[in-house]
Design a protein around this ligand. Sequence first.
Ligand code: FAD
Length: 408
Amino acid sequence: MTLSRAHVEDVPPVASVHAGLGARLSLGGAAGDAAEFRDRVRALIRERVAPLLPDAEDARRFPREAVAAFGSAGLFHERWTGGRHGDLGRSVLLSEEMGRAGLGGIGIGVGLHLEAALPLLYRFGRTDLAKDALERGLSGTAVCCVATSEKDVGSDLSAVGAELRRDGTGWRVRGTKWFVSPGAAADLVLVLCRAEDGPAVVLVERDGVEVVKRLRTAGMRGLETARLSIDAHVPDEAVVARPGHGLSALLAGLMYERLAISAQIMGTLDLALTLAATHLRRRRQFGRPLVDHQALRLRLADLVSEVTITRRGLYGTVTELDAGAPVTVCDIAGIKAVAGRLGERVASECLQFFGGSGYLEDETPLARLWRDLRVCRIGGGTDEMMLEIVARGVRGDARLYEEWVERG
Ligand SMILES: Cc1cc2nc3c(=O)[nH]c(=O)nc-3n(C[C@H](O)[C@H](O)[C@H](O)COP(=O)(O)OP(=O)(O)OC[C@H]3O[C@@H](n4cnc5c(N)ncnc54)[C@H](O)[C@@H]3O)c2cc1C
């Protein structure tokens, strides 16, 4: 799916985002297809996924039914159809809609299944076992996740310590993974581990995994992030990225995860900004609506502008990637770094527009959205790591410098 520039440029003002954005993207050039796809996603979320949210938040459990709902409706297949990157436009639409419905941890969990785990299988899984796992993930009968982090391994994945050793005709995988989402609910875990010849990615079934601890995260409570102990014997066929190729496979997969996180942030901010814009019109203080106070009105306008520009950057990047243009990891890291920080800041400002009720979890969703979005600056690669990637791509120009600076 291509996200056409014409449609991107036609993004409506914030107050009408719920009604209008469905028609903004084009699938293969046809805006109607995008609207139809978005409508189907919205209806499915409204009927089958959003009702799962209160219990997921309260119980801190990821509802497997969410993955089953999207998968059985064929949406995951539609997203992973097409070329090397599947259909990236559909990926953006799905993630944005999950954000716009305020799905928080459920949305991120579905996103990690769809955009972190499945791309590894789609792009690198060559064996029948990996293809079968991909099909289970796409149809929503299995929940998939990726386990890379360890006690001493976070940003620097090259230091991965989980062991992969030859064991008879297959392999033995052993190690403890520190944060895995939705780890406690997953049926299939793609594990980054180290063999003699370097890092590899191996597929491990549920019975080779034990939940050591369910983690009490500040936000994204429906994500069910867990610490997992892995001890499994797996056949040769379970090796998705062979020793020495694990990190490059993982980094290729991270590209989709970072775009999906950014898209979910954009959707979540649509929800937060729309609620804030409506509240500023309804709530009166000092004899007039809050929106008539210039300080608030201009702050809202500033935030809307930043979100609009970031969304256009995201759409433009995805459109170019879909069209085979040379989008770099730096471009994608830059989007994630900007979107992550923007998410936290805009959610916080929208909470502020509500005053005290913004801080009350029973009265508005703003406090939850704010604590949910905080993790987007950490998961999928921290701000600092994203900016390090961007920094590596920043070059000077000696000739230009000499012409402008050293000409005297
Ligand atoms: C809710 C949640 C869900 C998660 N889900 C998953 C999951 O599903 N699968 C998974 O594998 N992992 C997951 N993670 C782990 C996540 O990817 C890591 O937390 C993240 O990559 C950072 O690693 P770390 O926590 O070890 O921090 P560290 O790497 O120890 O970094 C600590 C701080 O130092 C900074 N830093 C590190 N190195 C440098 C440097 N060279 N220059 C400048 N700054 C630096 C970091 O940016 C960070 O601010 C999850 C984490 C959370 C909180």
